[in-house]
Design a protein around this ligand. Structure first.
Ligand code: IPE
Ligand code: IPE
Ligand code: MG
Length: 244
């Protein structure tokens, strides 16, 4: 287990990868991997809440994932609708507040409805904030932020010299979230795949070979322990950090 007294990351983000390979290793089709991956999501959400993570952000569907075969895309959307409905009870019991980031307006209407319902039902919860990244891509997020800021400049709402990091933050989908402290990616791939580019500027990165459907509490705690051993210098020297 982890030492709760030392340096728990406030914001953990996870690229949940490897469902397809997990299924293929078992001679099954990719869909089976997504179904099993859904159980890992439930388990990790509860684990993160139990270990007092304030913000958990999960990459569930990228702007690039529409390029997958239609059957896979449709199944992922169906699984999402069903888990949102089924997990509401778990979220209420665990005091979890759901929110979502991404180009949500382009998701199927049924997904949007299920999302809105769960977000509404959990909005007064005061525990962990669970953010699902759906139809999310950092390039798309930054593009819409630039467009929105440019429109405000044109309408004399913001002057160009006032544009700073804070204003940019406020125009991202993650405006209510702190920067990511720890980014985990499962399945052995060591890339970001268009996730939270701005928000991970100073995140600690943790890559594991474990495929997402197998990712459990022990693996999650191993990532937290690795984080706790690191020195985050934010540009300073190690000596400067010791002085405090
Ligand atoms: C992650 O698993 C789930 C989504 C991207 C929706 P993958 O489906 O990418 O699994 P692999 O990478 O093909 O094994
Ligand atoms: C990233 O995984 C997206 C999600 C986990 C939702 P992918 O499997 O789509 O990433 P790439 O295409 O291998 O980089
Ligand atoms: Mg993948």
């Amino acid at each position: 287990m982890i030492d709760a007294s030392s340096n728990i990351p406030k914001h953990v983000a996870i690229i949940m990868d490897g469902n397809g390979r997990w299924a293929q290793e078992r001679g099954k089709n990719r869909i089976f991997g997504h179904r099993t991956g859904k159980k890992a999501v439930q388990n990790i959400v509860e684990t993160a809440a139990k270990h007092k993570i304030d913000y958990l952000t999960l990459y569930a569907f990228s702007t690039e994932n529409w390029k997958r075969p239609p059957l896979e895309v449709n199944t992922l959307m169906d699984l999402l609708i069903r888990s949102l409905k089924r997990e509401l009870k778990q979220m209420l019991e665990n005091n979890i507040r759901l929110q979502s980031i991404g180009a949500l307006e382009s998701l199927p209407v049924e997904v949007q409805k299920a999302l809105q319902h769960t977000i509404e039902q959990t909005k007064n919860n005061s525990g962990m904030v669970l953010t699902l990244a759906l139809n999310y891509g950092a390039h798309q997020e930054i593009t819409q932020a630039v467009r929105s800021i440019a429109t405000k400049v044109k309408n004399n709402i913001i002057s160009p010299e006032k544009i700073d990091q804070n204003i940019i933050n406020k125009h991202l989908y993650t405006r209510n979230l702190p920067a990511v402290d720890l980014l985990i990616r499962t399945s052995g791939e060591q890339r970001i795949s268009n996730f939270l580019l701005w928000q991970i500027a100073y995140a600690e990165l943790y890559f594991t070979e474990v495929l997402w459907p197998d990712f459990n509490e022990t693996h999650f705690c191993a990532a937290i322990k690795s984080y706790q051993k690191r020195e985050r210098r934010f540009g300073k020297t190690s000596e400067q950090l010791q002085e405090k």
